[in-house]
Design a protein around this ligand. Structure first.
Ligand SMILES: [Zn+2]
Ligand SMILES: [Zn+2]
Length: 387
């Protein structure tokens, strides 16, 4: 079964929505125009319920099937936010807002889920209920968590959730997925090391924080090389090293280090957090200074449930003929919060030979629309077949 004919018919219309959203990017929770557009379309399609303001600017739409003999509810999620990037595509529908850009293809995700919602509202050829979830602030703002915190899962009785992301470098409209841990937990650390500043020609009268911090940067690398089991994965990257001195002849009082930790299991996340604190305290004590470590937990590991992943892959194979195993991604994904609350799966749809996401020349590939929409629609019709 290839893509649904109806989506071949709707592709032009869905592409117009996508390009309109692309031209009007909105960052984090400021998705006011996009959210209004989504709500208006859902009303126009005849959704049974449209609720705005879930997770601040998130939108939820409810579409009931022809029958509801089992009371099953499937959630389908798309993200709506753009990135603070100056667009360099030169497209005629490029961003009209300098410094904001749909560089992750969330314009495409929103348009594809709207397309699926239109089809599902027209046909209602399923036994149960579909909840379409449009979230703000995927890019670092945890909008998905805010929607969950607004009790979304319980309020609409959602049993399972599914999400999709486009993937540059993967053949257009093809699918890739993996069961279990898929996207990494993304944490940050902020370390302040303090010694005793002084004259650079009299180091013996100071506690040189720069030397202390340099040792800390090197020692932090041993979390991955010496503490972690080699078959597990962890990234510890120090990305900022700033001394409190701008002068060539002053030993600084303080050094601030910043960076990120990426892990694939809860245990590894705990280990990294604990070791960062121990290493910094130990190094500071060795050199006679102090360490203040703030560890900020970001998105958790995104874990696809086994049963739902198998089902999602089966549907993807029906739509595009194949579904390969996706690689692990050390980036983060806010959908992780929804998958912590309900079983479900997240799939990648190929965006073809385009620039990578978050690049100023990236653009969502409209040719992926029929496959993406068909996957959502087939998933619903096959997971909740009409009697
Ligand atoms: Zn992104
Ligand atoms: Zn994204």
């Amino acid at each position: 079964m290839p893509v649904k004919n109806r989506f071949a018919e709707l592709q032009g219309e869905i592409t117009e929505w996508r390009r309109d959203i692309h031209e009007n990017p909105e960052i984090l929770f400021d998705t006011h125009r996009t959210s209004a557009l989504v709500a208006e379309k859902l009303q126009e399609f005849g959704a049974d319920e449209v609720v705005t303001g879930i997770g601040r600017t998130g939108v939820v739409g409810v579409i009931k099937g022809k029958s509801d003999s089992k009371g099953k509810v499937i959630g389908l999620r798309a993200d709506m936010d753009a990135l603070p990037i100056l667009e360099a595509t030169g497209l005629d529908y490029a961003s009209k807002t300098p410094g904001a850009m749909h560089a992750c293809g969330h314009d495409g995700h929103t348009a594809m889920l709207l397309g699926a919602a239109k089809y599902l509202s027209e046909t209602r050829n399923f036994d149960g209920t579909v909840v379409v979830i449009f979230q703000p602030a995927e890019e670092g703002g945890a909008g998905g968590k805010e929607m969950c915190d607004d009790d979304m899962m319980a309020r609409w009785g959602i049993d399972e959730v599914y999400g999709m992301h486009n993937w540059p470098g993967q053949p257009t409209g093809s699918f890739a997925i993996r069961s279990g841990a898929f996207f990494a937990a993304t944490d940050q650390f902020d370390i302040t090391l303090e010694g005793r500043g002084g004259h650079a020609a009299k180091p013996h009268e100071t506690v040189d924080t720069t030397v202390m911090a340099a040792q800390a940067v090197l020692a932090l690398q041993t979390i991955a090389s010496r503490n972690a089991d080699p078959i597990d994965r962890v990234v510890v990257s120090v990305t900022s090293f700033e001394t409190s001195s701008k002068a060539f002849n002053v030993i600084p009082q303080k050094v601030q280090l910043k960076g990120t930790v990426r892990t694939m299991t809860k245990e590894m996340r705990e280990l990294a957090e604990t070791r960062i604190k121990e290493i910094c305290d130990g190094i500071a004590a060795t050199f006679g200074g102090t360490a203040d470590v703030t560890y900020i937990r970001g998105y958790p590991v995104m874990v696809n449930s086994e049963e739902q992943t198998e089902f999602a892959a089966e549907v993807a194979r029906k739509v595009s003929g194949d579904c390969v195993e996706a690689p692990l991604v050390m980036g983060g994904e806010d959908f992780a919060f929804m998958l912590e609350e309900r079983p479900g799966a997240y799939i990648l749809v190929g965006n073809g030979d385009t620039a990578m996401v978050h690049h100023p020349e990236y653009n969502f590939n409209d040719e992926a629309i029929p496959a993406g929409c068909s996957w959502y629609a087939e998933l619903v019709e096959q997971r909740m077949p009409s009697a």
